[in-house]
Design a protein. Structure first.
Length: 809
């Protein structure tokens, strides 16, 4: 407005009256008007590319043959055309990443850190452009992209620049994995990109990333940032396209690891597709996370927590608190408060700063949400929506509340991935835990109570990778994030997340053939062979095989050493049940478990010569080698007894006024399939670290030499090990291993054997997404401590749970 250009004093009486009326009306209703953010700069960016984007390969833009449209779900207008990468393009990108790898690694962590800092600064400098572009492309409110997504993206690059700087000193036993294929979803497009790219580059890997079809724009702007900071060509490649582009990336032979975030369904497809290939994988999948409210909680805070839990990002959040579990005594009061708050929520254009809920990403997602809501109604659950209507010109869905929901109904079990809250009640704390765990997922959990003792009692009992106490949906680069069960495995963020992007240097020393001591030529005398009947060991008791068969075991000289039970599927089933029934071991303190392990070591020590003779008879080892294996076994038990109360977590430095406890937890019930070689030592080296951290195990010992393991249960019987902690099933190793892989109640599975069965184990385990650790037919020297003892074993035997505890008076 020019100076002196004031409102005309001759304004008509009518006009003045009209303004007064409007002001009066506004004061009466207190309604907000729209406060739109400008899209001008974002439009300039799109126009500068003629609204057509190509593929970012080897630091340059490569023209694609086909393109598809990306829309703004707030108004259904086409924003731009995006390139569809073909299999050839994928190959070109992977080749570029491979070519860039060596130089990127050789730069060293300190030089890589400079690039990551530069990227972080560029993101901050262009933060508003990123925020607007994300809001336009995804439909999420500009307030969220501006205040949450983009600041977290910058933080992620800063944090991992620091890890790059420290890698050479703090993580020197590890090295890069190689070329990482990364596939991300549409719900947090740039944030997921940063979660994937920042740690990968920091640890010396190069990447090929495929954004989701609905939301590629910010990844393409990020590609420009990579050019601007002079990132070496080929270190980051962005290839856009549909699911088939992702599949081509997954299946490319020169990709060394896949990092995926998305649906459980596609996660399973990927797990199966790369089974046995030796490619590493981390999967961050769906969830149906509980939001537990106890009767002493501050209900007004709870209501705001619920808004953040299920209406943040339109509920399209993998860790959304979509299952409200409320203590029965306060349920009606809480439901009334939630409804009053829902009545005031505003749904609308993502670019309006006055809205709470933006647009659903695409019509297909809107349809999925509505179908599940209709199913919820058809199944007899009570549905409530606010009285106002959503705008009609975009992909909008109203906040929705289901109350008095039956825990078995579809909407209580299936991930809806929309603004739909499903509520049910509980009476006791025990019931709250049972309901919380009544899901095939295990991503996150919110606990609301003013009693910190209660919150910290519940937190470890809920199977979830992240637990927020009196808070929800809080994230930070300094904390790990990831799930259990069908929510996938692996962690992103925090020190724990780095291990997804490195491998132990020692792996390079593994052999292609089993490593065994020399077999004696002189005749071995078998003392008590066939007369002593070995049994299996289930639930702390000796057990005969369900099938009633035994296998004759001969040594390398062809002499019969004895008979071992032939275990079958039913024995595996009984052993898994026994392992689950044993809650006692996991609840013991690390100190108490250590005492039991010391006791085991002492008892084995007392029977050294007996175990050594057994090795001589079964394997025809020389006496010196047999003695050495027993000695090493005893020593290894002492090592893990020492670790039992020392393998602890961290208090991560995350956001202000918050403690984030990163606590290692046992994986749960684990299957362990031992190698054939080193029948005593490999049994000890795998079983003992697993139980040291509180797991219960089902072990398949060496198939050719099982008696070291069956002798061992006499030691367990005399060492105060609770029944069900270690269960031993002898028999055909590979078919028993498959039974373990198929079993739904086995949480983790280690397999040491051949390449083919490694593949079967990974593939069959996809069904319940159990964590696997297999050797792909590579063999370690069990006598070598560097190869066969320590942190790697403990890490695979545990998972990190992050518990967020806000504080402040
Ligand atoms: P998807 O799992 O299909 O998509 C995730 C990513 O994987 C996208 O980049 C997608 O490409 C790609 N993709 C799809 N198929 C394959 C394949 N066979 N091989 C490799 N990559 C593939 O999720 P949707 O987008 O279809 O969403 C469906 C449901 O998934 C949602 O309703 C929600 O329940 C869940 N979901 C969970 C997320 C989470 O954060 N855990 C995130 C997103 C969705 P493209 O986009 O081109 O199809």
């Amino acid at each position: 407005m020019k100076r002196g250009n004031r409102q005309s004093p001759t304004l008509s009486v009518f006009a003045r009256k009209n303004i007064e009326m409007k002001v009066k009306e506004i004061f009466n209703t207190m309604a907000y008007g729209p406060a739109p953010e400008s899209a001008a700069q974002a439009n300039e960016f799109l126009d500068a590319h003629n609204r057509t984007f190509e593929l970012f390969i080897n630091g340059e833009w490569k023209k694609a043959e086909k393109h598809f449209e990306t829309i703004n779900p707030s108004n259904m207008e086409v924003l731009a055309n995006i390139a569809e990468a073909s299999e050839r393009d994928v190959n070109e990108a992977v080749t570029a990443a491979n070519k860039a790898l060596k130089d990127w690694v050789n730069l060293g962590g300190r030089a890589r850190a400079r690039y990551l800092y530069a990227i972080a600064r560029q993101i901050q400098k262009h933060s508003r452009l990123f925020a607007v572009l994300e809001a336009l492309d995804n439909g999420k409110p500009i307030r969220e992209t501006r205040d949450i997504d983009i600041p977290l993206v910058a933080r992620h690059f800063y944090h991992h620049a620091g890890w790059a700087q420290l890698m050479d000193t703090e993580l020197k036993d590890y090295k890069e994995i190689g070329v990482i294929g990364q596939i991300i979803p549409w719900n947090f497009p740039l944030l997921m990109l940063s979660w994937k790219i920042a740690p990968a580059l920091a640890m010396g890997n190069t990447v090929v990333l495929k954004p989701a079809e609905f939301t590629s724009l910010t990844a393409l702007l990020f590609a420009e940032i990579c050019q601007n900071v002079g990132l070496p060509k080929g270190v980051v490649n962005i290839i856009t396209g549909p699911g088939s582009t992702g599949a081509a990336l997954v299946n490319h032979k020169d990709v060394h690891k896949i990092a995926f975030t998305g649906s459980t369904e596609v996660g399973k497809i990927i797990r199966k597709a790369i089974a046995g290939s030796g490619k590493k994988v981390s999967l961050e999948l769906g969830g149906k996370s509980p939001f537990i409210v106890f009767e002493d909680a501050d209900l007004d805070s709870v209501v705001e927590g619920i808004v953040d839990a299920i209406w943040f990002n339109q509920g399209q959040v993998c860790c959304a608190g979509s299952r409200l579990l409320v203590q029965e005594s306060i349920q009606d009061k809480l439901y009334d408060k939630i409804k009053a708050r829902m009545e005031k929520l505003r749904v609308g254009d993502a670019m309006d700063k006055c809205i709470d809920i933006g647009a659903i990403v695409a019509p297909v997602q809107l349809k999925t949400i509505d179908e599940l809501v209709q199913k919820g109604i058809a199944e007899g659950n009570q549905m409530w929506q606010p009285s106002w209507e959503c705008p009609k010109d975009g992909c909008f869905y109203p906040p929705t509340l289901f109350t008095h929901v039956s825990p078995s109904s579809t909407i209580a079990q299936e991930e809806i991935f929309g603004p739909v809250l499903v509520a049910m009640s509980f009476r006791s704390h025990q019931e709250a835990i049972k309901l919380a765990n009544n899901t095939r997922y295990g991503l996150a959990c919110s606990i609301w109570t003013e009693n910190i003792n209660l919150a910290l009692d519940i937190a470890p009992k809920v199977k979830a990778g992240t637990v927020w106490i009196n808070s929800t949906n809080v994230f930070d680069a300094g904390s790990g994030f990831g799930g259990y069960r069908e929510s996938g495995f692996g962690r992103e963020g925090g020190k724990e997340g780095l291990f997804e992007y490195m491998k132990p240097r020692i792996e390079e020393q593994f052999s292609d053939k089993p490593i065994n001591p020399a077999v004696q030529k002189s005749k071995i005398t078998i003392t008590d062979s066939i007369n002593r009947t070995a049994k299996m060991y289930i639930g702390g008791k000796q057990a005969r095989p369900d099938g009633g068969y035994s296998i004759t075991i001969k040594n390398p000289q062809g002499e019969i050493v004895g008979e071992a039970p032939e275990g079958s599927r039913k024995d595996i089933r009984n052993a898994v049940e026994a392992a689950h029934a044993n809650g006692k071991w996991a609840e013991m303190t690390g100190h108490a478990r250590a005492q039991v392990l010391y006791y085991i070591a002492e008892n084995l020590s007392a029977r050294k010569s007996e175990f050594s003779n057994r090795l001589v008879q079964m394997c025809c080892y020389g006496k010196t080698d047999a003695d050495a294996e027993v000695e090493k076994s005893i020593d290894r038990i002492y090592t893990y007894a020492a670790h039992a109360d020392k393998y602890d977590g961290q208090a991560h430095q995350t956001i202000q006024r918050n403690v984030t406890l990163a606590m290692p937890e046992p994986v749960g019930v684990m299957g362990i399939v031992c190698p054939d070689e080193a029948p005593l030592l490999a049994f000890i080296s795998t079983v003992i670290p697993a139980i040291a951290l509180g797991n219960s195990v089902i072990v398949i010992p060496s198939e050719s030499a099982p008696f070291s393991a069956t002798d061992f249960y006499q030691i367990l019987d005399t060492s105060d090990v609770p029944g069900g902690t270690i269960n031993i099933i002898t028999g055909p190793k590979d078919s028993l291993a498959k039974e373990l892989a198929k079993h739904y109640d086995v949480d983790g599975l280690w397999y040491f054997g051949n390449k083919e069965s490694s593949k079967d184990i990974e593939s069959l385990s996809a069904e319940n997404m159990k964590r696997t650790w297999v050797n792909y037919g590579k063999y370690r020297n069990w006598m070598n401590n560097e190869q066969s003892e320590g942190m790697e074993f403990l890490r695979h035997a545990s998972e990190i749970k992050n518990i967020w505890i806000p504080y402040g008076a």
